[in-house]
Design a protein around this ligand. Structure first.
Ligand code: IFM
Length: 440
């Protein structure tokens, strides 16, 4: 790598991130059915109709996986707990096997001197909750708080940091407007309600964790740099709408107690009646804010109803999944979050990484593209720190190759290669490079 740990300020934390459904093997340990199982079983939704039933079998291999985290010299392990593993029906009786698993998992992190950074929801909604409308149903905020109470009542005493929901844009827009993630809806009213309720559930879960005495609570949002396709006012307007929906809606709710005009233009008629009153819960004080950043989008105006934009072709190099590589966007969002929304909060880069092919020859998985990507993005973090922005940590997505949702198992995001037949793990050259940078 182009940096060494000593190039970052003292106390700067390096980590890696995963999520439950993408690695655990959801078919084991008494976990309940989720809307991702249903979505994947519906032809045409997921490449090869693949699901997370086995995934990386982390459920049985977590000790070895955590050894990989610790041996890389990383400080933080960001993971998620599965609602359906904790409460198979989404409400009511907990699954003791599931609670025991997360208990062992957290203890195994502590034994390796890793800081456990928990996320409560990384997208596998219990099917019985989906049956009741899922994120469209306002009652989800209460059910989510109950789940929070159960899981954090068990492990919260050992958690270093916690965030309720990973990437609310994906839960709301990607899943209810674009239909690309479970539950696969394309409905503006469902979208408005899901986007609002996901914030309400963030608020109730935060209150629940505070009541349990937990500290270091945050929110994790994802961001995509919105690049107008040309210099026209129409393209500028399209890009501003994209920026509003993707990058500003959730931050505005969390920190400004309102939503951006560019988004209200389309969603306001579909929001639940009492949406203004909910900001008292939504904007519960936080201790940090997390940025997940991967790419930029080139946005052009398009005919038709709001949001009246379309993706346009970009000119930058792309990843294995066709995402443009634009490291400067990371600096842009650090600056935006700090200057416009959360001037008093520490910032963590809670996800950054790349899907990239690698060759595995004689047990060596070579992924030079990932090394370059990480170098270029960490350089933007260093630039931001140099300019006085309070970035306190950087976590790589992901530790191991895993289930990349609708794209199945083909995209390779891991520092560690996984053979999905044998489930053997093989550290890639990027893993070794990070290890040298952090421990060398
Ligand atoms: O795999 C996902 C993860 O679940 C959430 N953030 C983006 C990653 C890469 O697409």
């Amino acid at each position: 790598m182009a940096f060494r740990r000593s190039d970052l300020p003292d106390g700067f934390l390096f980590g890696t991130a995963t999520s439950s459904y993408q690695i655990e093997g959801h078919g084991q340990g008494g976990a309940g059915r989720t809307h991702w199982d249903d979505f994947a079983a519906t032809p045409g939704n997921v490449a090869g109709a693949q699901n997370g039933a086995i995934a990386c079998d982390h459920y049985n291999r977590f000790e070895a996986d955590l050894d990989l985290v610790a041996n890389a010299g990383l400080d933080v392990y960001r993971f998620s707990t599965s609602w359906a593993r904790v409460q198979p029906e989404g409400r009511g009786a907990p699954n003791s096997e599931g609670l025991d698993f997360y208990d062992r998992l957290v203890d195994a992190m502590l034994e390796r001197n890793l800081k456990p950074a928990a996320t409560l929801y990384h997208w596998e909604l219990p099917s019985p909750i989906a049956d009741m409308g899922g994120w469209r149903n306002r009652d989800i905020a209460g059910w989510f708080a109950d789940y929070t109470d159960i899981i954090m009542g068990r492990i919260g005493d050992r958690i270093w940091s916690a965030a309720p929901i990973n990437e609310p844009w994906c839960v709301g827009w990607l899943s209810h407007f674009l239909g690309q993630h479970a539950p696969g809806l394309r409905d503006i009213r469902a979208t408005a309600r899901a986007m609002h309720h996901v914030l309400l559930a963030h608020g109730t879960a935060t209150q629940t964790m505070r009541a349990l005495g937990m500290t270091n609570l945050g929110a994790v949002c994802n961001f995509e740099y919105s690049q107008p396709a040309d210099d026209s006012p129409e393209a500028a307007r399209a890009a501003a709408t994209y920026d509003g929906i993707y990058n500003r809606f959730f931050l505005s709710g969390l920190f400004h107690k309102t939503y951006p005009d560019t988004v209200l233009e389309g969603l306001e008629p579909h929001l639940p009646d009492q949406w203004h009153a909910d900001f008292e819960t939504i904007a519960a004080p936080l201790d940090w804010i997390g940025i997940n950043y991967y790419t930029r989008k080139v946005v052009a105006p398009a005919p038709g109803p709001w949001p009246s934009y379309a993706d346009a072709a970009g000119s930058l190099p792309q990843t294995q999944v066709g995402w443009e590589i634009y490291p400067e966007g990371l600096y842009h969002f650090i600056k935006m979050v700090h200057s416009e929304y959360a001037p008093d909060l520490p910032i963590y880069i809670t996800e950054n990484g790349i899907a990239a092919e690698q060759t595995v020859i004689d047990d060596v998985a070579d992924d030079p593209v990932r090394i370059t990507y990480l170098n270029d993005h960490i350089a933007q973090v260093q630039r931001a720190i140099g300019d006085g922005f309070p970035v306190k940590g950087y976590f790589i997505w992901s530790l191991i190759d895993n289930y990349e949702w609708a794209l199945g198992y083909a995209p390779r995001f891991g520092l560690v290669h996984v053979d999905f037949d044998s489930l053997q793990r093989t550290p890639k050259s990027s893993y070794h490079a990070m290890q040298a940078a952090l421990m060398g």
